[in-house]
Design a protein around this ligand. Structure first.
Ligand SMILES: [Zn+2]
Length: 294
């Protein structure tokens, strides 16, 4: 196994250095080493199924690889040592029958021949996002949009021009598989309010990591990012665990109709998220100022 791995490594670096098409010799070595998986990996690369997601500012990256079957499942993948697929677990790790799974192979192949779809994430720390917005002090200061991402709706809130107070804006219906339409709605808002960034509600768990409920939020942001219409627009995640609950308690005495109260909750949850963020950054800014002026 070790010998096969070093042969494979030699071929990969040869391909990467030559920066041109893969030669027949290289292909036949790869085919010898990886067998059927090479054909599958090639199909994945041809279908533009390898995405390299680069984090900023860390510069670290991981791959998201879409399988070549019709189910189009997506796997998180580190070409050298991990893939979230079933075959990696059983055939590569458990039984040792394969050097890598087809997704890892596709990621190696795509990155060696430069065929990855690169996705840059502009996820920032909450406080950095605010400071950047202050630095970009154009004639009109950019405002922030608060997002409460639900399964069916996305509640929106907007900050005032001084970024002190959040108010409800609207509720967008999530158009399944029509992310482009939603992207258009967002683009209009960005220009109308000269937005400086998105503050996205995120259910952190008690350790500060994303909980299971966070997965749909991440997927939504990824879909939005993949439309390619928001390149460079920064966003950050803000803990939303308590907001929806608080809003529900607050609205209960009003005895609203279910549909109406749902739309209120969505709108106000976004207000809660954004206001929580604004309070935090403004307080933080004041504290830093008073430390500096001492
Ligand atoms: Zn895999």
């Amino acid at each position: 196994m070790a010998a096969s791995i070093s042969v494979a490594e030699a071929v990969w670096s040869e391909i990467r250095l030559s920066q041109s098409a893969v030669t027949d010799d290289q292909l036949s070595i790869l085919h010898f080493l990886f067998g059927k998986n090479l054909e599958r990996a090639t199909r994945i690369v041809d279908q533009r199924g390898v995405k390299r997601v680069i984090g900023e500012p860390s510069g670290r990256s991981l791959f998201q690889v879409v399988g070549e079957s019709r189910r189009r499942e997506e796997y998180i993948c580190f070409p050298f040592h991990y893939c979230s697929c079933y075959s990696f677990f059983y055939e590569t790790i458990n039984r040792g029958e394969q050097l890598t799974c087809k997704h890892q192979l596709a990621a190696r192949l795509a990155s060696s021949v430069g065929a990855c779809v690169e996705v840059k994430m502009k996820l920032m720390r909450p406080i950095d996002l605010f400071q950047q917005a202050l630095k970009n002090n154009k004639p009109v200061q950019g405002r922030f949009l608060g997002l409460d991402v639900g399964v069916k709706y996305v509640g929106l809130a907007i900050s005032d021009p001084h970024n002190k107070i959040a108010s409800p804006l609207s509720v967008l219906v999530r158009k399944k598989s029509k992310i482009d339409l939603m992207a258009k709605d967002f683009s209009l808002l960005i220009s109308e309010f000269s937005l400086a960034g998105f503050i996205v509600g995120y259910p952190f768990d008690s350790q500060g990591a994303g909980s299971v409920e966070a997965v749909p939020v991440k997927l939504f942001m990824e879909e939005l990012r993949n439309t390619g219409k928001f390149e460079g627009l920064p966003y950050t995640y803000w803990d939303e665990r308590f907001t929806s609950k608080c809003v529900e308690v607050f609205l209960r005495p009003l005895n609203l109709q279910h549909a109406l109260s749902k739309s209120f909750v969505d709108k106000f949850a976004a207000v809660g998220i954004l206001q929580g963020y604004l309070d935090f950054v403004n307080r933080n800014l004041k504290e830093t100022d008073s430390v500096l002026s001492r």
